[in-house]
Design a protein around this ligand. Structure first.
Ligand SMILES: CCCCCCCCCCCCC/C=C/[C@@H](O)[C@H](COP(=O)(O)O)NC(=O)CCCCC
Ligand SMILES: Nc1ncnc2c1ncn2[C@@H]1O[C@H](COP(=O)(O)OP(=O)(O)O)[C@@H](O)[C@H]1O
Ligand SMILES: [Ca+2]
Length: 448
């Protein structure tokens, strides 16, 4: 680099620079050279070096949810992300979704071989749509029956990147460390990747959904259900519904059967955290490969553990679920790709104690160090509500409290449901009885 002279041709080199805490930005340096030939040789040499890095995507399929979060998805993509993709010579096919499940249905049918990856601009719900489209197409091609909970799923070959433009953005936050569109775009450009655990949710041998971040019954299920009526509030709908649900203090009775993860390293109470190149994930990944290649590990009846009771919340975290509300997450020591789920059971307790538990998500105190909270690292679990789904319609805790999850059939009658619903990455699952298991780690995320 030397000082500019009038006749020199300026060439700008763009590069990724780390800035404050997990943030990346695009920096540039300008070179001047009076010798055109030498200058072109430099440009070509650099281009060849970049081409040799096979991990960098060249052609991406982008889905934008224009209504996620603060409805800024399109603006964020056009102003902050598209110019960076252009600089990196990435070609894109952009689809602005027109309705819910647009991306999922498109992905289930389209020929994906021409793309190096998929990008979704939105929140966790949008990411969930994209993984469903991708996993479903992969299983369809491989002839796998997703309704069979014992089916061995085939891993997807395409990576998914997230540009955060949603309300919680916990998948982005837990993988990248921050929900910043520029940082995520730069991770995508340099071809970073991070495997992620995926769990399947079945009800009576029927496939319902895949889950990547949180599967929550009780508190988080009720918050989501209520918040769907107030989508117009944007991300604040969760604060409003969170407050209402906290006041309702509804608990739900049932039985949890779980299969502890005994072969993997790590514990939900560990001090260490899952970061890029995590040893626990690498070790567990090798172990899972081994057990997949060998015969399926048979679990005998005694391996299963039973917990019965009344619960304020049953949370299954595939990853830490860190987000701006909870910088450490629901389960701070959970791993992104260790093949396990952290199962958190919050038993019936006083409002004051539940508030203590919730507040600990926002600071450094241990949210599990409370008598009414249990946490287990599991491979699989089954939840059976005390009341069947038919009972839920017939039996209601009539007029129990003012803020309960009022039944949708009779908004004025003051009765509340005896069963909650599941919050699956921000999507509602109406069935209370579910069977959940780790199924694969797939979808190497571009923004890892
Ligand atoms: C007194 C203050 C207590 C505050 C407690 C805060 C605890 C927050 C933990 C949040 C965990 C979030 C797990 C992520 C869930 C998302 O998948 C889901 C959908 O996200 P998106 O599609 O981006 O909207 N988000 C939620 O379910 C929101 C839960 C908010 C609960 C207050
Ligand atoms: N064009 C659209 N119109 C309505 N809903 C959509 C559209 N595109 C996607 N969705 C749905 O919006 C839901 C929430 O999207 P998401 O991007 O996660 O935002 P948020 O984080 O605010 O919930 C998802 O369930 C997704 O299926
Ligand atoms: Ca995990």
């Amino acid at each position: 680099k030397r000082l500019s002279r009038q006749e020199d041709v300026p060439r700008i080199l763009y590069y990724v620079q780390r800035s404050k805490e997990h943030h990346w930005c695009c920096a540039e340096v300008t070179f001047y050279c009076s010798d055109q030939l030498l200058c072109n040789q430099w440009v070509q040499a650099l281009q060849r070096r970049l081409d040799l890095q096979g991990v960098r995507p060249k052609n991406l399929l982008v889905f934008i949810n224009p209504f996620g979060g603060k409805q800024l998805g399109k603006h964020i993509y056009d102003k902050k992300v598209a110019p960076l993709f252009q600089l990196a010579s990435i070609t894109t096919e952009v689809i602005v979704t027109e309705h819910a499940n647009h991306a999922r249905d498109h992905l289930a049918e389209v020929d994906l071989r021409i793309y190096d990856g998929i990008v979704c601009v939105g929140g966790d719900g949008m990411f969930s749509e994209v993984i469903h489209g991708l996993i479903c197409q992969t299983q369809k091609i491989a002839g796998i029956d997703q309704n069979d909970p014992n089916s061995k799923l085939v891993a997807c070959s395409l990576r998914i990147g997230i540009i955060p433009a949603g309300s919680t953005d916990c998948i982005c936050y837990a993988t990248v460390g921050v929900n910043d569109p520029v940082t995520s775009a730069l991770h995508i450009i340099v071809g970073d990747s991070q495997p992620m655990d995926v769990s399947s949710v079945h009800h009576n041998n029927t496939f319902l959904k895949y889950s990547v971040s949180l599967l929550g019954y009780g508190f988080y299920g009720d918050v989501l259900k209520d918040s769907e009526n107030n989508r117009w509030m944007g991300p604040s709908r969760y604060d409003f519904s969170g407050f209402k649900t906290f006041l309702s203090h509804q608990c739900y009775e049932g039985t949890v059967l779980y299969l502890p993860a005994t072969e993997t390293l790590g514990n939900p109470r560990d001090e260490s955290r899952c970061t890029a190149g995590c040893y626990v994930c690498q070790y567990s990944g090798k172990l899972l490969d081994l057990s997949n290649n060998k015969q399926e590990l048979k679990h005998v009846e005694e391996d299963w553990k039973v917990v019965k009771g009344k619960f304020l919340a049953i949370n299954a975290a595939n990853m830490s679920c860190a987000c701006s509300k909870s910088p450490m997450g629901l389960s701070p020591a959970a791993h992104l790709a260790d093949g396990t789920i952290d199962l958190i059971l919050v038993r019936k307790c006083s409002r004051f104690n539940f508030l203590r538990h919730l507040i600990r998500h926002t600071n450094k105190d241990d949210q599990f160090d409370l008598a009414f909270v249990e946490v287990y690292r599991v491979k699989q679990f089954i939840f059976t509500p005390k009341y069947s789904e038919e009972d839920n319609i017939d039996i209601r805790d009539i007029g129990k409290n003012l803020f309960g999850q009022f039944c949708s059939d009779h908004p004025a009658c003051g009765c509340s449901q005896v069963n909650s619903n599941w919050n699956c990455d921000g999507e509602i699952i109406e069935h209370a009885a579910v069977e959940v298991r780790y199924v694969l780690f797939c979808c190497l995320e571009l923004s890892g």
